[in-house]
Design a protein around this ligand. Structure first.
Ligand code: SF4
Length: 413
């Protein structure tokens, strides 16, 4: 059945927590303290399937269970296939391993000169500032370390990382990630951003965060002031499904945008959650309405216990084909595979080119119609010697009487 939604409606309200004072509900520390982290807590609100129950019991060995009350409200408790539910409630499949899966699927640890810093590309570094998140995504690339369920004992060394960046003038771009950097207290973030901005060769800072999605209450005016003070700061949020686009997220994005933070979105292609052109189209349209540019769709990394989420790559290509030309160009993200083992992001595109050589390129458009674009210019041929010897350009009268040089028929289907 194709996905449909009421485009005029943005989910709002306190859902299962109607009696919580609004001052608590809107307070990010209340949301954080009242997260659902245990099976008994979850059972107060819903009945997990046997598969989910097994997954929750295994979570303490793999990746902790944590769901903010705000995000829990988005779950359809009557539908085991709810796309929100599948993202945050563990399933038994997490305990099943496949041969190609790796704990550190992108080989980040091999490129870490200082704990918490990954320097793989020449001009930029990844600065992992914490291993904690507001809620935990069951397909997380860094599930080896976040929440510390696997006893990775991640201890980022912020000062050592700052010193490393300061000592490497080739680093012009720093990406703060984790875990979720926006879980750091305001004064800590202010300090880190200030230190980074004081390094002359750091041209700008990026932040990767799912906090606006799990905990939009964290995007306070005070936090926005910090971003305003230390900009340019770019932020990638992480929305996978249109149901995550609530009024609270929309408002949080607006606060960020008005603080001068350009916003992009990174989705992970997840089987049975968003590997559907209609779902993705609804998502990218909502993103643009929230001032967020759809940036990447990632093929899921080959993390341990993730096979039940793995979507078919051909499905991803189909989604891009369904978007390109069929909707606003700004709405079309780049589909990428982060090459296993650390080869970097590689764009995966539908194949629009049928043939290309020194003369021409033959390609098709979004409707499947075929076109020819000549690579080699075909000179205009005058009727007879009107072009004076030595002149660089034909005289205007010569141009007027010139005929198009014969060329092959355009290829049009
Ligand atoms: S918010 Fe990011 S780091 Fe945290 S669990 Fe989700 S994907 Fe992983």
């Amino acid at each position: 059945m194709s996905y449909t939604e009421d485009r005029a409606t943005w989910y709002n309200g306190q859902g299962l927590w109607p009696n919580t004072p609004g001052s608590d509900w809107g307070n990010w520390t209340w949301q954080f303290r009242n997260r659902i982290t245990r099976l008994e807590q979850l059972e107060q609100y819903m009945t997990p399937t046997p598969e989910e129950r097994a997954g929750i019991l295994f979570a303490s060995q793999k990746l902790a269970l944590a769901i903010t009350p705000y995000f829990f409200n988005l779950i359809d408790r009557d539908d085991p296939d709810c796309p929100i539910r599948k993202q945050v409630i563990p399933r038994a499949g997490e305990a099943q391993l496949a041969a190609e899966e790796r704990l550190d699927s992108l080989g980040e640890d091999e490129h870490s000169p200082v704990p918490g810093l990954v320097h793989r590309y020449p001009d930029r570094v990844l600065f992992l500032v914490t291993d904690r998140c507001a809620s935990y995504c069951r397909y997380c690339t860094r599930s080896r370390m976040v929440s510390n369920a696997q006893h990775y004992d991640f201890h980022p060394q912020h000062e050592a990382a700052l010193e490393y960046i300061a000592a490497h003038p080739e680093v012009r771009d720093v990406l703060l990630s984790g875990g979720d950097p926006l879980l750091l207290a305001d004064n800590k973030l202010d300090y880190l951003l200030g230190r980074l901005r004081a390094i002359p060769h750091v041209e700008f800072i990026r932040i990767g965060s799912r906090i606006p999605v799990f905990l939009p209450q964290r995007i306070t005016p005070q936090l926005c002031d910090i971003f305003r003070k230390h900009g340019p700061i770019w932020m990638s949020i992480h929305v996978n499904h249109p149901k995550e686009c609530t009024q609270a997220l929309k408002d949080a994005c607006e606060r960020l945008a008005f603080a001068g933070v350009p916003l992009g979105n990174q989705s992970v292609l997840l089987r049975g959650i968003n590997d559907d052109p209609e779902v993705m189209k609804a998502l990218v349209h909502r993103l643009l309405r929230m001032r967020v540019r759809p940036y990447y769709i990632y093929q899921m990394d080959l993390i341990t216990g993730g096979a039940h989420f793995k979507a078919d790559v051909r499905r991803g290509i189909e989604i891009i084909e369904a978007l390109r030309g069929h909707t606003t160009g700004y709405a079309v993200p780049q589909y990428v595979i982060d090459a296993p083992g650390g080869g970097g992001k590689v764009p995966i595109n539908p194949d629009y080119i049928e043939r290309i050589n020194d003369q021409e390129v033959i390609f098709r458009n979004f409707e499947g119609r075929r076109f020819r674009y000549p690579i080699k210019s075909t000179p205009l041929v005058p009727d007879s010697g009107e072009i004076e010897s030595g002149s660089e350009r034909p005289a205007p009268e010569a141009l007027a009487s010139a005929k198009l040089a014969p060329h092959r028929e355009p290829v049009l289907a």
